[in-house]
Design a protein around this ligand. Sequence first.
Ligand SMILES: [Zn+2]
Length: 439
Amino acid sequence: MISTAHRRTTIALSLLLALCIALDAAADPALTAKPDPEAPGVAASAGAAPAGESHPAHPIAPNVDLKEVTPALAPPAGDPDAMGPPLPHPEATPNFPLLGSEVAPATAARLAWSPDGSISGLASPTPVLVVNGHRPGRTLCLTAAVHGDELNGIEIVRRVLYDINPGKLSGRIVGIPIVNLDGFRRGSRYLSDRRDLNRHFPGNPDGSLAARIAHSLFAEILVHCEVLVDIHTGSLGRTNLPQVRADMRRPEVAEVTRGFGNIVVLHSPGSRNMLRRAALDQGIVAVTLEVGESRRLQDKPVAAGALAINRLLQHQGMYSRLFPLGSPEPIYYESLWVRAPEGGILLNDIKLGAFVAKDSVLGAVVDPITNVRTPIQAPVNGRLIGMAVNQVVMPGFAAYHLGTEAPEEEPVEIDDLEPSPEEEVIDEAAADGEIDPEE
Ligand SMILES: [Zn+2]
C-alpha cells in the first residue's frame, strides 16, 4: 500500500508540475509567437532525452518541450542551409494554419486557444499541442478534460504527443489536454456556471458560457480534424475499464474502432449535444475513449489508453511503432446498467473487467442501521466494463455496467440502449431548475 500510494503521489506531483509549466508558458505570448531561431533541429531534439533522465515505467520519450522543437517557419530566401539539410520532399506537406499560427511540416508547436469564457482581463489561454508531420496524412485530434476533474486523459495526451517524432509522422496531431480549464482549476467536472460542457456541443456564439466555449472549440480547432478521440473517465465515484464508445451504425466510425487494438468497444450513439455526437454530425469521425476514474491519475489505465491511441496512429497510416501485423482486434459489446435496489452502503464483491455469469453476486447494499444486506445479482452473462466504487448509494443508483459481446456488424438500435449515468440529466444548472433559453 505504501509503495502504491507513494507512486500515485509521485505521478500526481509530476503531472501538476508539468501542467504548471505548460500553463505558465501558454500565458506567455512570446513562446508561441516567436520561435527560437537557436532552437535545435527537429529530429535531433526529438530523439535526445536529457542526460540522466529515464523513466523505464513510462517508455515515452524525449522529454522535450514542444516549443523548443519548433523552428522558424521558413528560412530566409537565398539561404537554403539556414535550416540544415532539407528532408526529402518537404514541399509535399504544407504548413498547418491553426489558431493564428502556421506550424511548418515536420515540426511541433505549442499554441494557445482563447475561448470567450472568462473576464477578459483575467483570461488565460488554453494550451494546444500540435505536431505537423513530415508527410501528408489525416488530422487526428485528441481532447481531454472536457470534464475538468477527469485527469487520466490529460496524461494520455501528454504521453502520446511528446512521444511523436514530427519527422516520422504522416498527417497532423492536435492535442488539447485540458479543454475545460475552468473546471480543472477548481477540480470540478463542470464549468463555473455549473453547466456540463459536454451537453452543449456544437455550441452557439451567442449562447450560454458553455455554448460559447463549445462553439469556439469547434470553430477554432475541431474544423481542422478528420478523426477525434475525446478522452473521459467514469463520472464521480465510478470507474471504467478502458473502452472505446462509438456509434457503430456509421461505417466510417466502425472502421476507426478497428484500429485501437484489443480494447472493449461499446456500441453507443451518445446523447444529443455530446462532443462526440456533434462532431460526427459535422463530418468528423469521432469516438470517446473512457479510461478509469475521475479525480485520479491511474498508471495502468493511462498506459492502456496511450497504447490504444498509438495503435490507432499506426492503423491510420500516420505513425508506425512496429506493432505486429494482425494485432489483436477489439471486442464489441452492448451493455446494460444494473442499479442498486435499495439505498445503503454499496460493497462490491467483484473487480472491474471480471467476466460474470447470470445470477452471480456482483455486490450488495447494506443498510448501516438495520444491517439488512441486499445482494445485487448479474441479470445476464457478461463482463464488468464499468462500476461504482464502494460508497453510500440511494435506491436506483447505477452500480454495475455489464457488457455483453455483440457482433460488430449488428449494432443495437438506439432505443434499446439504456442511457448510461453519464448521459442522464445531471447538469447541475438544470437540476436547480434553471431553464436555458436555448434548450
Ligand atoms: Zn467525462
